[in-house]
Every structure is written in C-alpha cells, then in structure tokens.
Ligand binder design. Structure first.
Ligand code: PTJ
Length: 260
C-alpha cells in the first residue's frame, strides 16, 4: 500500500494512479489501461486538473440528454471500474440507466470481475455477459454487446471509448456522451455531447446536474440540450490546453508545479 500525503501538490493524480494500479492487480483493468491513464494524465495536467466551465456545461447537457432518454446505457470498461465504480453506479441510479460492461480488450473473466466489482459498489443488474447483440461494422470481439443493453439503447455514455467503436455506435443512430480528456480524440469528436474532463470529476458532476434537473419538464431539458454546442466545447478545451491558461499551483513561474 502506498500512502500518499494529502498535502502533496499532485495528490489527486497520485491517488488516481494508485487506483489504476490496484485495478490491474485485481484483474479489473487491462495493462493497456495503464497507458491510457498516462495519456489522460498528460492532458489533465495541461488542463490544470480542473473542470473547465465548458466541460461543466457539457456535463449539464449530458444530464439533460440522459433524463430525456428512453433507454440510456452506461458502458463500463476496466479504467472506469477502477477509478469511479461507486460514482458510476450512482449516476446510473440518478438517471435510471443500465450499466453494461463493454471492453476493448475483451475477456469473459474481466467482464465478470468488473460486474462483481460494480455489484460490490451497489449495482443491482450489470449487463455485458449475454453478448447476444452486436455493433455492426466491427470485428466480433469488439462489436459484441447485449441485445437488451447497448444494442437497444437510444443514449449511450461511453467514457474512454475508442474512435472506431464511437463511429460505429454513431452509425447505429445512438446519441453518444463521451468523457475523454483529449479534445482531439476521434471519440469525443463523434459524440453529441463530448465532456472534456477527467472521469473522476465528470461522472459525479453529471450526477449532480441530473439531481439538480430532477423534475424539470421536457421543454426545459430540450432547451439545455439545444443550447449546448459540441464544437464550441471541443474548441474551448483545445484553447485552454494550447494557451495554458491553467494554474498549476506553483508560483515560481518556471512552468512546472514542483514549487521549486
Ligand atoms: O478495459 P478495456 O479493455 O475496455 O480498455 C480500456 C482502455 C481505456 C485501455 C482502451 O479503451 C484504450 O486503449 O483506450 P485509448 O485508445 O488508450 O484511449 C484512452 C483515452 O482516454 C485517451 O484519449 C485518454 O486521454 C483518455 N483518458 C485516460 N484516462 C482518462 C481519460 N479521459 C478521462 N478521464 C480519465 N481518467
């Protein structure tokens, strides 16, 4: 067990790393998940490890889309399960969505472990084991989903989705909500609602917005969705990264946040 001192300037990032490592050790997260985490961290560092106002608007639009959906499904992979298991179960409950394990590097064993892990964090039903449906246009391993889950969904939350699958889901006519720290990645660019933020902040933020919007009527939800501009949100995140308008918490002006 690694103890991370809470006053460490990179506390949140170190705790996140530790959760991913533990996920790999528990057979929940793939080794590729470690690499994905490293890529994510680099973008998060450039974003100042904070939720941009445009990402908060995206989270609100995502909540409105989910609350308006007929059959929303949240797709869970090995990184999501390691980083935000309880928060993902809470989001599903808040918007009445199904949870489905859907993996890039599929093994039945890992699907089972992730489903158990979600149930340990309060989930009732977890889909992904039936594997009796498909996403057309993808190879069998990557295109297999549950017929009464992702295949039947009108809205899918796909955190950290790969570009091919995001495009294939889009071609099926699904409304996609993608959470990804890289605004240049193909999957957020395909999404109706791209949330350029860390999963760790974005998932509970969508839940908070959903709770806030509980009881809103259809017209109000529709207005929020219509006001949201996906291209503007992507461009805003890219500008924030390029211009480095973030605060690293280091006042020394040497461009890093070591405080030296
Ligand atoms: O568990 P599996 O088999 O389904 O595999 C999941 C991973 C994530 C390993 C797989 O989908 C993959 O290889 O993804 P990529 O192609 O490496 O893409 C990962 C994307 O997620 C990158 O654009 C990262 O910037 C982003 N990312 C990584 N960590 C986070 C993140 N975005 C938001 N929050 C994070 N914590």
């Amino acid at each position: 067990e690694t103890e991370v001192p809470e006053n460490h300037p990179r506390y949140a990032s170190l705790v996140t790393r530790h959760r991913i490592e533990a996920g790999v050790e528990a057979g929940i997260t793939s080794k590729q998940g470690l690499i994905a985490q490293g890529r994510g961290e680099a973008f998060d560092y450039l974003l100042g490890e904070q939720t941009l106002p445009s990402a908060d608007e995206a989270a609100r639009a995502a909540a409105a889309v989910l609350l308006s959906a007929e059959h929303p499904v949240i797709s869970v992979n090995g990184n999501v399960a390691a980083l935000v298991p309880a928060e993902t179960v809470e989001l599903a409950a808040a918007v009445d969505a199904d949870l489905e394990v859907n993996l890039f590097n599929h093994t039945d064993e890992r699907v089972r472990r992730i489903a158990d892990h979600l149930r340990d964090h309060g989930a009732d039903e977890v889909k992904g084991m039936a594997a009796d449906g498909e996403i057309p246009g993808l190879s069998h391993a990557r295109g297999t989903v549950d017929a009464d889950g992702i295949e039947a969904a009108d809205v899918v939350v796909v955190p950290l989705e790969d570009g091919d699958r995001a495009a294939a889901l889009d071609a099926m006519g699904k409304t996609e909500i993608v959470i990804d720290l890289n605004p240049g990645s193909r999957s957020p660019r395909t999404a109706s609602v791209p949330i350029i933020d860390n999963l760790i902040r974005a998932v509970p933020n969508v839940t908070a917005h959903a709770r806030d919007l509980d009881g809103a009527d259809d017209a109000e939800l529709r207005a929020i969705v219509e006001r949201f501009d996906a291209d503007a949100a992507l461009a805003d995140a890219e500008t924030a990264i390029r211009e480095g308008t973030f605060d690293t918490g280091d006042d020394t002006g040497d461009g890093d946040d070591t405080g030296d």
